[in-house]
Design a binder for this molecule. Structure first.
Ligand code: UDX
Length: 472
């Protein structure tokens, strides 16, 4: 099928590349002229594992083209709208980009089109789209509007698109539902050439869930908000663990063994970031407020998350005493590993707080430094973690990149000013750091100091309020 994708961001690029990969003829429209020129010259605007390879392959097969929004709109029988829906100051989703595309379609197109909202949108956006497509239609546009929310995680978006757990569509006509089923059939049947040779075990066939538009729109916001709630829940429990000397990783492990809870998204840390959870929780709260529903539960989820950075900084103040003039190494800037995305990343909030208190920050991230420089041009960006740790009073692990798991402890010991690690993602084994002479602090776990290292196995079993050090 000839398919148009409007928007070449994290979602649009993955959608365009993967739909081409499974056999469709795709035209991806991008309104940002420099970004479009780069794409046409094979220059990627973002880092996403495997995506560049897939795009190169399908472009070679002439199944993916890049051009203007207008060219894309003219191309496909189905048009996926994948433009950004960032938060407005009041928390509402900014739908101006969506509305702009809808107007362009209405003014430009005659004949039938299936218009699919892939961007994360508030419930009943589909109804608004239908109304405005009719209002602005000038060439006899016939259309259906459908919802097809994305469940892509940055860092694994190609795999998530090609091997999803479920495909959700919301359509209010049989024609729209049938067209979407035809578009996704190769994925439902898992019958296509997988471009990334996944070593994953044989995937079950994804569930193709067809519902009405509003329900599909709600599934997205409700899913992301629930996942965010799990994260805030375990962060809340981690705070209690720090006071009573328990180990939140054991608590999380014990909880996750219950299949009704599951182990995923129960990792405490410095909080959730990215362009999805923070804005989706906000938008969901706003939708509920405007509908007269009490979503105070999600307000607490948001509040817990917003306090994570301050929670870490408070502990830093206790350890460093005077923050002004102290040298802090920040390992990791991206909001999660395997992406260069720093949007709403906790690292940015952390660095702002530290810099405002006069600390000197040196940062390293394998992928995200270019994007972070826009926010913080004046901190030091280093070529490797050890350069960032040079003269550091503390090393902060903020994003759990795999390369931070293999630390050259002797090298690190020689460059730091003070052997102190604050692991904001609980990625290291506590006793490993202490065995190498470092004071090790993490989230929801007792601190481990070099003298304690050998006894750390029993630390968590000591009685509450016993002789042990209060947790970090
Ligand atoms: C999320 C949803 O997972 C995905 O289904 C949706 O389509 C888009 O939003 P993404 O934002 O890419 O995906 O990343 P995700 O892996 O969900 O992590 C989001 C944030 O939560 C990251 O900052 C991550 O560090 C944090 N997180 C995740 C935790 O703090 N603890 C966890 O246990 C899991």
């Amino acid at each position: 099928m000839k398919i148009s994708v409007i928007g070449a961001g994290y979602v649009g690029l993955t959608t365009a590349a993967c739909l081409a990969q499974i056999g469709h003829d795709v035209f991806c429209g991008e309104s940002d002229v420099p970004k479009l020129a780069n794409l046409q010259n094979g220059v990627m605007p973002l880092f996403e594992p495997h995506l560049e390879d897939v795009i190169k392959s399908v472009r070679k097969g002439d199944r993916l083209r890049f051009g203007s929004t207008e060219e894309a709109i003219a191309w496909g029988d189905a048009i996926f709208i994948c433009v950004g829906t960032p938060p407005l100051p009041n928390g509402d989703a900014d739908l101006s980009a969506i509305e702009k595309v809808a107007r362009a379609i209405a003014k430009q197109v005659s004949g039938y089109r299936l218009i699919i909202e892939k961007s994360t949108v508030p419930v009943q956006t589909g109804a608004q789209l239908r109304k405005h497509l009719s209002v602005h239609s000038t060439h006899g546009l016939e259309y259906d509007v459908a919802s097809n929310p994305e469940f892509l995680r940055e860092g694994t978006s190609v795999e998530d698109f090609l091997h999803p757990d479920r495909i959700v569509i919301g359509a209010d006509s049989p024609r729209a539902a049938d067209l979407l089923r035809e578009i996704y059939e190769p994925i439902v049947q898992q019958k296509f050439t997988c471009p990334i040779h996944l070593s994953c075990p044989k995937r079950e066939q994804p569930i193709f869930l067809a519902t009405d538009t509003s329900s599909a729109e709600l599934i997205k916001h409700a899913s992301n908000s629930f996942l965010a709630m799990k994260i805030s829940f375990i962060n809340m429990v981690a705070n209690l663990c720090e006071v009573v000397g328990a180990d939140v990783t054991k608590v999380s492990q014990g909880m996750g063994l219950d299949p009704r809870i599951g182990p995923a998204f129960l990792n405490p840390g410095i909080g959730f970031g990215g362009f999805c959870f923070p804005k989706d929780v906000q938008a969901f709260i706003r939708i509920a407020e405007k509908s007269g529903c009490d979503f105070s539960l999600l307000k607490e989820v948001e509040k817990i998350n917003q306090h994570r950075v301050e929670h870490i900084v408070e502990k830093l103040r206790n350890e460093l005493w005077v923050m002004r003039g102290k040298k802090l190494a920040v390992w990791g800037l991206a909001f999660k590993p395997n992406t260069d995305d720093v949007r709403f990343a906790p690292s940015l909030a952390l660095i702002k707080t530290l810099v405002d208190e006069g600390a000197i920050v040196s940062a390293y991230d394998p992928e995200a430094m270019e994007k972070a420089k826009a926010a913080f041009p004046d901190i030091n960006y280093c070529s490797d973690p050890y350069e960032a740790a040079k003269g550091a009073d503390v090393v902060l692990i903020v994003t759990e990149w795999d390369e931070f798991r293999q630390i050259d402890w002797d090298r690190l010991s020689t460059v730091v000013e003070r052997p102190l690690i604050v692991d904001c993602r609980n990625m290291l084994n506590p006793s490993e750091a202490a065995d190498h002479g470092f004071h090790y602090f993490s989230v929801g776990r007792p601190p481990v100091l070099p003298a304690q290292a050998s006894s750390v196995a029993f630390a968590a079993s000591s009685p509450v309020g016993g002789s042990r050090q209060k947790s970090f």
